[in-house]
Ligand binder design. Structure first.
Ligand code: FE2
Length: 316
């Protein structure tokens, strides 16, 4: 059996063809919010963004992670579950008992063993918290793994990982650079114009030629953690008919725009909350505190890879 945290369980898998269906939801403006990671201040910021333009929200998994405190866990899930939501590997694993998948991250070879072990420990602690909320736990376990939306006549596939697995890494910035032909084939099989995902912790927006025409894969990285060097905000994917003044970057695709919008949460409050729940030396502190404080070694220029469609001017 594969090492916990490295494997991708069979029940995580689906065919790209599941996305070739009629849309489940229609929206004028849609925010896809992946990887909130238990940050309630980022949740507040996202709700505020959506409220201001009457946008639809879709939480595509891993909204839980650092919320191992019972009150934080309850409040965050009760709010998220009022919206369209998919389960990520975190929700799937805390909804059930230990299946041997560990955190269910399906970590690839470039993620070190220490990090994988600590993720399994974080998951264990979060599952212990979740046991105190059997109703929420059942609702998390019952969430779907994929969603199809329609925005401005274009089809949007939404999942946590990639087009064939809830914890797949084929749409990570690393795989999109090294194996774009694999992603292109998955995208073509899904018959969508945009595929919105998360899970792999770094954002990327890249265009592909498919039988339907140009299509985008857009990975928002994390809504609840910084995604760029020295940044202190998360990112959400916005898909809409009209551009947002808030967008950090984006590109036009026919009648719609696909954008990365900063999730500007209260950084100090979040850091204080994180330190209280995950003090120095705890697995989450060792793995994530540096990133939460000052971002990963990754830049906006590395994330935006849409050549043919032209980047939108960046908002100031
Ligand atoms: Fe994930």
């Amino acid at each position: 059996m594969a090492e916990p945290g490295r494997s991708c369980p069979r029940h995580y898998r689906y065919s790209p063809a599941v996305f070739a269906r009629a849309a489940d939801i229609k929206a004028q403006s849609l925010y896809v919010v992946g990887g909130l990671y238990g940050n309630p201040f980022a949740l507040e910021a996202v709700l505020d963004l959506a409220r201001r333009e009457g946008a639809t929200l879709a939480f595509n998994g891993d909204f839980n992670w650092f919320d191992a405190d019972p009150e934080g866990f309850r409040a965050l899930n009760e709010t998220v579950l009022q919206h369209a939501a998919l389960r990520g590997n975190v929700e799937t694993e805390i909804a059930g008992e230990d299946s041997g998948a560990g955190c269910g991250c399906g970590y690839p070879e470039w993620v070190g063993d220490g990090e994988v072990e600590r993720s399994n420990e974080i998951l264990e602690r979060l599952r212990e918290t979740a046991r105190g909320f059997p109703d929420l736990r059942a609702r998390l376990g019952g969430l779907p793994m994929h969603l199809v939306a329609e925005v401005g006549g274009l089809r949007v596939g939404i999942a946590h990982g990639d087009a064939e697995s809830l914890a797949g890494w084929q749409f990570s910035q690393e795989a999109l650079r090294e194996r774009p032909e694999r992603a292109q084939a998955l995208l073509a099989g899904a018959a969508v114009d945009v595929f919105a995902c998360t899970h792999t912790c770094l954002p990327v927006m890249q265009d592909f030629a498919t039988p339907r025409g140009t299509a985008f894969i857009v990975n928002n990285g994390a809504a609840g953690m910084p995604n760029f060097r020295d940044a202190r905000f998360g990112l959400a994917t916005r898909i809409a008919s009209v551009p947002s003044m808030e967008a950090l970057y984006g590109a036009r695709l026919g009648a719609i725009v696909v954008e990365a919008v900063p999730v500007r949460y209260d950084h100090e409050a979040w850091l204080a909350r994180f330190d209280r729940v995950w003090p120095a030396g705890s697995p989450a502190s060792v793995s994530y505190r540096k990133r939460i404080a000052s971002g990963p070694g990754y830049d906006v220029e590395q994330a935006l890879r849409t050549s043919s469609s032209g980047a939108l001017p960046r908002a100031a």
